[in-house]
Design a protein around this ligand. Sequence first.
Ligand code: SF4
Ligand code: SF4
Length: 367
Amino acid sequence: MTPLAPPMALIAELTHRCPLQCSYCSNPLHLDAARNELQTRDWKNVLTEAARLGVLQIHFSGGEPMARPDLVELVAHASASGLYINLITSGVLLTDAMMSPLLSAGIDHIQVSFQDTQETSADRFGGYHCGHAKKLEAARRIRESGLPLTANFVIHKQNAARIREMLALGEELGAQRIEIAHTQYYGWALLNRKALLPSRAQLALVTEAVIDAQARLSGRITIDYVVPDYYAERPKACMGGWGNRFIVIAPSGKALPCHAAESIPGMVFPSVRDTTLGEIWTASDAFRKYRGTGWMPVTCRNCDRREIDWGGCRCQALALAGDAGATDPACSLSPHHHVMHEAIAAATDAALDLIPRRPGLLPAQGA
Ligand code: SF4
Ligand code: SF4
């Protein structure tokens, strides 16, 4: 048997607090309260253990990781531990006063997410007045500091028409990488799916613009494209396979194989408050449950893509097929694949309001 490799990257969700309220946020519907967040010393232990375990990259994420007053201290600790450090931020708190300490602490890369290119709609989607202007300032600040920048755009029905403007904005900002990511329908995005899921024509428009830009900017800017599962024939390798490449630590300290794993009922996720990262990775039931191919239903077990996409996403299988151990319905070989077509057919009303992501705001009804 091949020995288990360490996780390539650790995603540190420092907090679920965020000044924005994006309706496509992948955070869970039940957000961790600030009082339950790990303390600075807990996070430092996690970072030290991660480096010892063989983790190469740390992604500080959230919520908005810059809402944590100890972010600079944690970046410095990660840097001293030899980790490559990426900050995934909305950018609205990335002021001049924050940029310099982050650089001194050893930050390696920053990713800024944009809601749109038009200020009015960007601020509406983010639920934050003047947010877009602050993001533009943050992106310019990052480039002026000499750090590499990724500009991330989350695509959905209500902004897809502006894909070419998004690509142009990423280029104008001097981003080394532009990520055009169709909304992934977990958490708040699943709740808002009817109002967000693009039509097939919109998907074609976005794909064509991305292909054009990839050809035009080849060798200068990397353009990553994340397509929506709902139009796929085969699923993505969610997180590179369950317990295979990534470990996510939620604000409260729970260790998860993916951001949405807590949506799977009946699973108990270990906490870094009680157990070492090494034990969690190698020995915990939660990480072993869907690791590899042994758990797979027969459709996947007999398929030559089983070690390419690892059967797709467990959380999506649960949400759409009612069974986390089923073949991802994004796969056309899944007996539940029809639910994708039904969702596309149901998502035709562009005038639907979006439910904002807010702590304590629980849905009255499902998506
Ligand atoms: S997607 Fe929006 S609401 Fe969610 S963490 Fe990112 S910026 Fe905040
Ligand atoms: S049957 Fe399973 S392994 Fe094969 S493509 Fe579909 S999801 Fe992937």
